[in-house]
Ligand binder design. Structure first.
Ligand code: ADP
Ligand code: MG
Length: 297
């Protein structure tokens, strides 16, 4: 038994049965590995700069965890804790890169990784206007309909859209003008289908296939179904490579199927949920994560 003490930090504004269940699962898995894990909300730890120094204050005497499992996206808090010397799994840098889909593609590109052709929307200041159609013309020159549009920050497929024609493109663009977003080639061979691979360290510990008959998105939140999936070696290699490039200790990698069923990277999640994969495969990804943490402390 390890006798280690850890924190799991989660977002205090996202309280639901789903999150409570996942957090409790982490706590149970930790206990089995001899780790005492406290669940702490990001809005229970206050980050300050005081007298010119980095400080945190909280209403608890349980300070000095051996590690922090950072399941939130509050990267400012994550950075603050790292500055104070805490070891975070994942690091603030990884969470920041994965949270922003544009940053993710920028890190992964030039590494011989297949990914959909993607165009980033130029940044616009709030309240300003686009005075010509140049950018719309450019999108139409570079991409064929239907075109995927994604907000840089989003999850559960909720900020991923598919537009079929110019009218829909212009409407969506106008809605997202001041929101960081991207335009992307639609991989039609993967419509309503993707693979989710959970990576811990340099291993894929669990995988599933997700399919939907009703939506182009395979996310379970949009009605997708999960299936057992033995990923080909090419999928495993791609998932581990992408995870490593992003500096992730663990991740959930979404992979699309190309024309020849070759793997095409869709996104990398630094805070992937572990409940669905458990229900599908029986693999306790949390347990794998704690094994990894104990090995790396
Ligand atoms: N370029 C694409 N071509 C085809 N399907 C896509 C493409 N990008 C995303 N999808 C589908 O939409 C889903 C959600 O996209 P993803 O980038 O993973 O966003 P989220 O973070 O919301 O899960 C994917 O799981 C996949 O099924
Ligand atoms: Mg996804």
């Amino acid at each position: 038994m390890s006798n280690k003490y850890g924190w799991l930090i989660y977002n205090g504004s996202l309280i639901s049965n789903k999150f409570t269940e996942i957090n409790n699962r982490y706590k149970e898995s930790a206990k089995k590995k001899g780790i005492d894990l406290d669940l702490i909300k990001n809005n229970e730890i206050y980050s300050l700069v005081e007298n010119g120094s980095t400080a945190i204050k909280m209403d608890s005497d349980k300070l000095n965890p051996d590690f922090i499992l950072f399941m939130d996206k509050d990267i400012r808090l994550a950075r603050h804790l790292e500055k104070l010397g805490y070891r975070l799994f994942n690091s603030s840098k990884t969470i920041e890169l994965c949270d922003d889909k544009i940053s993710t593609y920028q890190v992964l590109s030039d590494n011989n990784i297949k990914m959909p052709k993607t165009l980033f929307s130029p940044m616009m200041f709030k309240g300003t206007k686009e005075n010509d159609n140049k950018f719309i013309d450019f999108i139409e020159k570079e991409f064929k309909y239907p075109i995927i549009i994604k907000e840089a920050f989003g999850s559960f497929g909720a900020q991923v859209y598919l537009v079929k024609n110019q009218e829909e493109l212009i409407k969506k663009r106008n809605e997202l003008l001041y929101v960081p977003h991207l335009y992307q080639e639609f991989i039609s061979s993967s419509r309503g289908r993707d693979a989710r691979l959970h990576v811990v360290g340099d291993k894929v510990v669990a995988s599933m296939l997700r399919t939907s008959d009703t939506d182009f998105r395979a996310n379970l939140a949009n009605g997708g179904k999960m299936h057992k999936f033995e990923p080909p070696e090419s999928f495993v290699k791609l998932a581990v490579k992408a995870s490593k490039l992003l500096g992730a200790d663990f991740s959930g990698v979404d992979i699309l199927f190309g024309e020849e069923n070759e793997p095409i990277i869709c996104e990398v999640n630094s805070n992937a949920h572990i409940k669905n994969i458990y229900d599908c495969t029986g693999v306790d990804v949390a347990g794998c994560i704690f094994d990894y943490i104990l090995m790396n402390l």
